[in-house]
Design a protein around this ligand. Structure first.
Ligand SMILES: Cc1ncc(COP(=O)(O)O)c(C=O)c1O
Length: 430
């Protein structure tokens, strides 16, 4: 069981790597919550270094979901019988937990989606198609995950808006001096940026970009899929207009995510999916929409998954996001130090103090898939590929990288095993 720890005040940790005194994460105790970490691969303990793709799930979430399915499951909102009321309470309770997790002003501004990808598509379609046109500019960055890139590229093409990117420097950090040229190229209407890059771990200056976006009269859309699991999120302090998160990246089940949006924008937008639940009334000649957030939640939602998402939020909040962030920061600094001992490896991304727990690298002359395969012999799970960031890979001049990513259950011994494994890769294939 994770122990109850006080969650430190938001202000102390907002916007910077946590360095203040705080309860240290009891990582061995945390590890005991995750059944998979007890398994052996080829007789060796698993070293799961792929949490940026999806995290392992603690017993607390798994048990709560099983209990929910056994004793609280029915379709939500429509039933008047007790079980349906209990299911609705579980589902709406989760919405309130998501609201608190991102410090949104109101629960009706939280829309459950299938994933962060669907959350970002919702904004691109439901806001973008009605608000963009020729002469307008959609701004993304060279660091975006395809989920926050492709929908905007598509909607820009559909509407005749132009599609510009903020370039990165050689450390994988945004070159904000490009903003003036972008502003001069048309009416900037959308800035869409991730808070943490899933490929390089770069922590992006979203507050600054939000301020710039608003100066241009644009909306700011934040992809926080990779940030929310690791640091406190405060939509009001970030100053953004929309923010997407995903349950499966933060110890919750897959199949559910959320978009937070400012009520006044969500109110003006057309629905994204149409069907049951999202209507107020339907007649042969006309349909009117339900109130927020239901206008955007057509059909039966992922009920137990949303509930599990809420339990995962409780789990992380009890441990404390600041303690998780500090733990990952320490581990990332250690990993960067150890990996830089290997002179046949190129490390990508910013220094430890400006990145989250993600380390991407290239092993000279060896394809990342071969690297990952050999590491797997020793039970070390890393990801090899373009990580859904092909424009970034093009900028780095590689087709793919090997990526190790850390979470609250990751330990320094796993970093040591990664380094030993890489020596083995070099010996076998170098
Ligand atoms: C930065 C970022 N954005 C978006 C996504 C997509 O999230 P989801 O899997 O919930 O669609 C990911 C997943 O890897 C991600 O890392």
């Amino acid at each position: 069981m994770a122990t109850a720890r006080s969650t430190p005040g938001r202000d102390a940790y907002h916007g910077a790597m946590a360095v203040t005194a705080q309860p240290k994460l009891d990582v061995q105790r945390v590890r005991a919550d995750f059944p998979y970490l007890e398994e052996l691969v080829n007789g060796k303990p698993v070293a799961f270094l792929d949490s940026a793709a999806s995290t392992q799930k603690p017993r607390q979430v798994l048990d709560a979901m099983r209990d929910f399915y056994e004793h609280s499951y029915a379709n939500v909102h429509r039933g008047v019988y007790r079980l349906a009321e209990r299911a609705t309470e579980g589902y709406e309770g989760a919405r309130e937990k998501v609201r608190g997790f991102v410090n949104a002003p109101a629960a009706r501004e939280i829309v459950f989606t299938r994933s962060a990808t669907e959350a970002l598509n919702l904004v691109a379609y439901a806001w973008g198609l009605d608000n963009l046109g020729p002469g307008d500019v959609v701004v993304i960055t060279e660091l975006e995950h395809h989920s926050n890139f492709v929908p905007w590229q598509f909607v820009a093409n559909r509407t005749g808006a132009s599609f510009k990117h903020i370039p990165i420097d050689d450390h994988g950090e945004l070159q904000l001096d490009a903003l003036d040229e972008i502003a001069a190229s048309g009416n900037v209407k959308v800035v869409a940026n991730n808070l943490v890059s899933n490929s390089l771990g770069t922590i992006n200056p979203v507050e600054k970009l939000s301020a710039w976006a608003h100066e241009q009269g644009a909306i700011m859309v934040v992809d926080a899929a990779q940030a929310a699991p690791h640091r406190e999120i405060d939509v009001q302090a970030l100053g953004c207009d929309f923010l997407a998160i995903s349950s499966h990246k933060l110890c919750g089940p897959s199949g559910v995510g959320a978009i937070w949006g400012r009520a006044e924008l969500l109110e003006q937008m057309s629905p994204f999916n149409l069907g049951g639940e999202m209507i107020r009334s339907v007649a042969l000649d006309r349909t009117s929409w339900n109130e927020l957030p239901y206008k955007f939640e057509a059909g039966t939602p992922a009920i137990a998954e949303a509930y599990g998402f809420g339990v995962a939020i409780d789990y992380l909040s009890e441990i404390g996001l600041a303690a998780i962030e500090a733990h990952e920061h320490e581990l990332t600094a250690y990993a960067l130090g150890r990996l830089s001992e290997l002179d046949w490896i190129t490390l990508f991304g910013p220094p430890a103090e400006r990145r989250a727990g993600i380390v991407s690298f290239d092993v000279a002359g060896i394809h990342p898939h071969d690297v990952a395969q050999i590491l797997d012999w020793d039970g070390i799970a890393v990801r090899a590929g373009h990580h859904c960031t092909q424009p970034l890979m093009a900028r780095l001049g590689v087709a793919a990288t090997t990526r190790a990513s850390f979470y609250l259950y990751s330990i320094a011994e796993e970093v040591d095993r990664l380094v030993d494994g890489l020596h083995k890769v070099k010996k076998n294939l170098g």
